[in-house]
Design a protein around this ligand. Structure first.
Ligand SMILES: C[S@@+](CC[C@H](N)C(=O)[O-])C[C@H]1O[C@@H](n2cnc3c(N)ncnc32)[C@H](O)[C@@H]1O
Length: 200
């Protein structure tokens, strides 16, 4: 079967390259590879998320759900020097790249790449950031969100970027009805930035 970017272990050749990105005023070089989401450049949706939302100043425990090669996790760890960032993905090649990229960015000690089962069960998050894998299909997407978003601490919040044409508005309603109140924080370039707020 052909690889998807969400394949657990991509079978395609691991052809690596680097992409440059400017996030929150800093320049990054990320290693990417075939079989990983958006290997040619920082994804536009991810760029919109990182432009519209600021990293938390006070650190805390953060989850980057569906980290890919780790751009969100690395930038959060750099910008928020006290944060511990869990970078979760089902794709082992993505996790290898995140390890490398975090190390290059000087935050390898505070970025924790992990498969979903590799995160301690009792860990709770101050913030969850995600450019979620919409293409896994609605049942899987809902299952993934139901297994992570309720793990926000009281008063914690989640930031999600979702394509307007990929069901952002219906996902916003579903999140509000099934998890926590969710509002639209911004809208740009065909993407919605959703903010989910856990009660205090
Ligand atoms: C849209 S990509 C975003 C990647 C990266 N955050 C970025 O902005 O470039 C979504 C990622 O979610 C991962 N993914 C798919 N299903 C997942 C699951 N059940 N749990 C965690 N990650 C998953 C995919 O492998 C993919 O890397």
């Amino acid at each position: 079967m052909a690889d998807h970017y969400f394949s657990a272990e991509p079978t395609s050749a691991d052809n690596r390259r680097t992409v440059e990105a400017r996030i929150w005023g800093r320049d990054y070089t990320f290693t990417t590879a075939t079989g990983v989401f958006s290997r040619d450049r920082l994804d536009i949706g991810t760029a919109v998320l990182l432009r519209e939302v600021q990293a938390p100043a006070d650190g805390g425990t953060i989850l980057d759900l569906g980290t890919g090669y780790g751009p969100i996790a690395c930038a959060l760890a750099v910008e928020s020097p006290k944060a511990e960032v869990w970078a979760v993905d089902v794709n082992t090649r993505a996790l290898d790249l995140t390890t490398e990229n975090a190390s290059r960015a000087g935050v390898g000690d505070r970025v924790h790449p992990a498969l979903p089962d590799g995160v301690p069960d009792d860990l709770r998050f101050d913030e969850i950031w995600s450019n979620p894998a919409i293409h896994i299909g609605k049942p899987e997407l809902h299952k993934m969100l139901l297994s992570w978003l309720p793990r926000l601490k009281p008063g914690g919040r989640a930031w999600l970027v979702v394509g307007k044409n990929l069901g952002a508005d219906s996902l916003q309603r579903w999140l509000t009805e099934n998890i926590h109140p969710t509002t639209r924080q911004a809208s740009a370039k065909g993407f919605r930035i959703l903010k989910l707020q856990a009660p205090s």
